[in-house]
Ligand binder design. Structure first.
Ligand code: APR
Length: 227
């Protein structure tokens, strides 16, 4: 079976009702990223950071996987599909995808402020001050904030290197190191890009599908039959 590797971003979940970051009306238009998504923000104004992620988590409980997520799960019949996602939602998993690597953390998980190896599933949407790990430290969102290391990156690189087909869905490719994953793919493998606005990817092996994720994955399936 050919290995089909997907790099997904916020646009993947847009049709599920989750806002992207950098589009018009995106989250970073309403919030200053430095005030809610950095370790410094957590030091300075933990209430705001806590509320920001509690709101995101609460909203996620009301969202469902869309046709794009489901289409990627269905591709597992014909391909060894591995998904590397920048998204912190669990919509790929809920659609049934079996191999999902989260580069930027997971909204439904929390971890110890002192010991990053102590990670827990949060029961419900609300993390509170006073919720502590087994060693007594405050729990924080299990999110990779700007300025923090991306622990899953080595694994992501090794997945990207093995791809026979690479698919980029719904990411502006603005944020590194995630955006650099494309550089690790083997030369000349087909690279499909699904996005209503063309992100900065070029090359003769790039096939751009100018669509939202749901319809885009449907078209991708047709194009894969022609390979
Ligand atoms: N289907 C597919 N793509 C879409 C859709 C859709 N329905 N709607 C928007 N898009 C595209 C936009 O055109 C854009 O290229 O999704 C992309 C969203 O880009 P960003 O908002 O920058 O999101 P992303 O690339 O995932 O951001 C990367 O930045 O703030 C951080 O940690 C956060 O993981 C995030 C990272």
């Amino acid at each position: 079976m050919k290995k089909l590797v997907v790099l997904s971003g916020a646009g993947m979940s847009q049709e599920s009702g989750i806002r992207t970051f950098r589009d018009m009306g995106g989250l970073w238009e309403e919030y200053d990223v430095m005030e809610v998504a950095t370790p410094e923000a957590w030091q300075r104004n933990p209430e705001l950071v806590m509320r920001f992620y509690n709101d995101r988590r609460k909203q996620l409980y009301g969202c469902l996987p869309n046709a794009g997520h489901i289409g990627l799960f269905e591709l597992e019949k014909d391909f060894d599909v591995e998904i590397i996602t920048q998204n912190v939602d669990d919509l790929h998993e809920r659609a049934g995808s079996s191999k999902v690597l989260h580069l930027h953390g997971e909204l439904k998980k929390v971890r110890s402020q002192k010991d990053p190896s102590l990670i827990y599933e949060l029961d419900g949407w609300e993390l509170k001050f006073g919720d502590k790990c087994e060693k007594g430290s405050q729990l924080r969102p299990h999110i990779v904030w700007f300025g923090e290391a991306v622990p899953a990156m080595d694994e992501a690189v090794s997945i990207a290197e093995k791809a026979d087909i690479f698919v980029v869905i719904g990411t502006s490719l603005d944020v590194y190191p995630a955006a650099g994953l494309l550089y690790y793919t083997q030369p000349d493998i087909p690279i499909f890009v699904i996005d209503p606005h063309e992100p900065p990817v070029s090359g003769k092996n790039v096939i751009f599908i100018e669509e939202k994720a749901g319809r885009g994955v449907e078209i991708l399936k047709e194009k894969l039959k022609e390979l």
